[in-house]
Structures are given as structure tokens and as C-alpha cells.
Design a protein around this ligand. Structure first.
Ligand code: GLN
Length: 271
């Protein structure tokens, strides 16, 4: 059978980007050339593609089926115990890289690192010599992060910790975080396959509140805190920031759909 034949008979099953990722993983780095030539689908690959399709039809996220996801031009290994990296989080990485370039930031903390995608992307893209520490409460997340750190040869220190619990004596120039921020009632559909601990934040703000409250002693001088937030949380998060009296807002981050999805804060030093 030709690959083209299989694709024709499964038209509409996969989204374009998912199909591209599958083909890239199975055939080559250039999915288009595979489609143009008459690529033959041997039995082994045919069976694998059928297996993937059946899991996909059960709405299991492709990243879990393939065990990996693309993020910031890299591929990260994921398992069912770890959040799947999202496109919008690339904007958090971009914001962090800009802050690092423009300021003296050497010590970086990725709080709730999941598979390590933020920490590793920052480490690989920055021209600075950074000391990056990445922590997560989940041992499954840390196992995935460990595999990714090893794969990319990054010198990132991984720590299992409930928020700042295990980094009590340390201070950072920049803390970057994609905390859980989904309301419990909104965990539906494909989100159900992802670890609740990485998503569920009660009313959506539980973890954001804790981080805003707890972060100041862990920030050096006028250190920075960059945090991803839910698409509808800007007003609430703004109130929390103002209420804390501890931060200056440097900027808000907008995602590709024009929603406010993150905030860049600087520790407020009262004189
Ligand atoms: N971006 C994820 C979503 O909206 C949520 C991730 C998180 O809670 N940090 O599905």
C-alpha cells in the first residue's frame, strides 16, 4: 500500500498539524516530500499507523500516543503523568529570554517544570551562562524532565518540591512558571487525560495566589517573575498583584488568539 492511499482513506481523521507530526515521526523531517513521492507503506508502519489512529479516535492526545511533543523548535518526551507542552507557553519562554538578555539574570527557577520544556528551551536558546533550576511536585513529571535534560545535555538542576519547599535558602533573578490554573469544573474532554495536579487549581487561582504570596523572598533584589495565566484571568490576577503590593507590572503577554495569557512582574523594593 502507498502512504497516499492510507491518507486518502483516512481523510479528516487527524488535524493537519497532528498529521504532519505523525508523518514527520514516521518518515522524515520533510513531510511534504513524503506526500509528493510515492512512499510505500510497509506492513509494520501500516500497523503502527492504524494503532495510532485507533487511539486518536478515542480522543487520546497525540502527544501521549507518540510519547513526545514539539515545543519551541525542540521535541520533548512526555508521559501520561506530565502536562503536554502548549504553543502559548512558547510566549512565556520568549518573554523570559528577553528579560534575561536585557538584564543581569543568571539564576533562573522554573517552578512546576513538568517535562522541563520551559527550562530546557531557555537554557538552549540563551547566549548567557545561566544557572537553571527546575522543580516539580510530581515524580512522574521529574522523570520526564530528567529524560529531556539528559537528551539535550542541559545542565539543569532538577528538584522534587512542593512550590518553594525544597529551595528554602535560595534566591533567583528570574522565576518563570506555568502553574495549574484551570477551574476544576473546566477539566473536561481531552484535558481529562492530563494529570489533574498539573491543571486543577480549584477556582483557577489557587496556585497563582500562592505563588504571588510566596515568591518574594525567593527573588533577589529586583528579580523578575513571569507567570502564565488562563485566558480569562487577567482582571483577577491584576487584582491579586495589586493587592499583594509586592510587584511592579512590567508587561502582560498576549497569546496567538489575542488573549492575555501571562504577566511579567518585577519585585517591588520599597525605599
Ligand atoms: N494551557 C492549559 C490549558 O488551558 C492549562 C495549563 C495550566 O493549567 N497551566 O489547557
Amino acid at each position: 500500500m502507498k502512504l497516499k492511499g492510507w491518507l486518502d482513506s483516512n481523510r479528516g481523521v487527524f488535524s493537519d498539524s497532528d498529521l504532519r507530526f505523525i508523518i514527520k515521526n514516521f518518515f522524515s523531517d520533510s513531510p511534504l516530500s513524503v506526500l509528493e513521492d510515492n512512499t510505500f507503506l510497509d506492513e509494520k508502519r501500516h500497523n503502527s499507523l492504524e494503532k495510532i489512529k485507533n487511539l486518536y479516535l478515542r480522543k487520546i492526545p497525540l502527544a501521549y500516543i507518540l510519547g513526545k511533543e514539539e515545543f519551541y523548535g525542540l521535541e520533548f518526551k512526555v508521559n501520561f503523568g506530565v502536562l503536554i507542552p502548549r504553543k502559548e507557553t512558547e510566549l512565556v519562554v520568549e518573554a523570559a529570554l528577553k528579560i534575561i538578555e536585557d538584564n543581569i539574570c543568571q539564576r533562573i527557577l522554573d517552578l512546576g517544570c513538568g517535562c522541563g520544556n520551559i527550562a530546557i528551551s531557555i537554557g538552549k536558546s540563551s547566549s548567557r551562562r545561566l544557572k537553571i533550576c527546575a522543580l516539580d511536585i510530581s515524580s512522574q513529571a521529574l522523570a520526564a524532565a530528567q529524560r529531556n535534560v539528559k537528551f539535550y545535555g542541559s545542565s539543569i538542576k532538577l528538584i522534587q518540591s512542593d512550590l518553594f519547599e525544597e529551595v528554602k535558602q535560595r534566591q533567583f533573578d528570574l522565576i518563570v512558571t506555568n502553574p495549574p490554573y484551570v477551574e476544576s469544573k473546566d477539566i473536561r474532554g481531552s484535558l481529562k487525560y492530563e494529570p489533574r495536579i498539573a491543571l486543577d487549581a480549584g477556582d483557577g487561582l489557587d496556585l497563582i495566589k500562592k505563588i504571588l504570596l510566596q515568591a518574594p523572598p525567593y527573588l533577589r533584589g529586583e528579580g523578575y517573575l513571569i507567570m502564565e495565566i488562563g485566558y480569562n484571568q487577567r482582571r483577577a490576577v491584576n487584582n491579586l498583584i495589586k493587592g499583594s503590593g509586592r510587584y511592579k507590572i512590567i508587561n502582560w503577554i498576549k497569546d496567538y488568539d489575542n488573549n492575555w495569557r501571562g504577566v511579567i512582574l518585577k519585585l517591588w523594593i520599597s525605599s
